[in-house]
Design a binder for this molecule. Structure first.
Ligand code: UDP
Length: 192
C-alpha cells in the first residue's frame, strides 16, 4: 500500500528500509526503477499524465524533500520521514560495495560522471564503477548498448526531472540492469 500525496503514491520507508528495498530489487530478476519525487515533481505530474504514470510505475517511490513529508502530514497521512535521493544512493552504494556490485553513472555534462566515478571508487572500496556516459546524447540506442555491455547491476540516471524518469521507464528494460535510480543533480555532487 502506497501513501497518496497529490496523486502520486509514496513508499512509506525510512532510509534504512529504502536501502534494503533497493538491495532486494538489485538481487531480483528483471528490471526495476526508483524515483525520488520532490514537490516540483508533484506539480509537474498534475499537468503531465505520462510523467505521472512514469512515477506510478516505479518500483520504489521515495519522498525526497521536506515538502513532500510536510504535505503528507497536512493531509493526515504522515510518512516515516524523508529519504533524500543522495542519501539513498549512498546507502545503496555501501551495500553494493560489500557485495561487489557494478554501478554505471549516466548523466551530467561531459567529464562529470568520470570524476564522480573516480571519487566513488575511492569512497566505496569494493564497488565496481563499470561505466559512465554524459547526459547530453542525441541517440538513445548507443547509451542502452553501453550500459548493456558494462554488465551494470545498477545505473544512476541523472538527466534532470522528467527526462530521467521517462528514460528509465522506456529504455531501462533493454539495458539488462536490475535497478535504475533517478537522481537529478547527484553526479555534480559526487564529482565535487
Ligand atoms: N542533465 C543532463 N542532460 C540533460 C539535462 C540535464 O544530463 O539533458 C543533467 C544536468 O547536467 C545536471 C542534472 O541533469 O547534472 C540535473 O539537472 P537539473 O538540476 O536541471 O535538474 P533537476 O533534477 O533539478 O530537475
Amino acid at each position: 500500500m502506497r501513501t497518496d500525496i497529490l496523486g502520486v503514491g509514496f513508499d512509506d520507508l525510512t532510509l534504512e528500509e529504502a536501502a534494503a528495498a533497493g538491495a532486494s530489487l538489485v538481487e531480483d530478476q528483471g528490471f526495476h526503477y526508483a524515483v525520488t519525487p520532490n514537490p516540483e515533481f508533484l506539480l509537474a505530474a498534475r499537468k503531465d499524465q505520462p510523467f505521472r504514470q512514469a512515477l506510478l510505475d516505479a518500483d520504489l517511490v521515495l519522498a525526497d524533500g521536506v515538502g513532500v513529508v510536510y504535505s503528507a502530514k497536512l493531509l493526515g497521512r504522515p510518512l516515516k520521514g524523508r529519504v533524500p535521493g543522495i542519501e539513498f544512493a549512498q546507502a545503496l552504494m555501501g551495500w553494493m560495495a560489500k557485495h561487489g556490485k557494478r554501478l554505471f553513472l549516466l548523466g551530467a555534462k561531459p567529464g562529470v560522471a568520470e570524476l564522480a566515478a573516480a571519487n566513488l571508487r575511492d569512497r566505496y572500496p569494493g564497488l565496481i564503477l563499470c561505466g559512465t556516459h554524459d547526459g547530453y546524447f542525441k541517440e538513445d540506442e548507443p547509451v542502452v548498448q553501453a550500459i548493456r555491455e558494462s554488465g551494470a547491476d545498477v545505473v544512476f540516471v541523472c538527466l534532470g526531472a522528467l527526462k530521467q524518469e521517462f528514460w528509465m521507464a522506456k529504455y531501462g528494460p533493454a539495458t539488462g540492469a536490475h535497478l535504475m535510480v533517478g537522481l537529478g543533480g547527484s553526479l555534480d555532487v559526487f564529482a565535487g
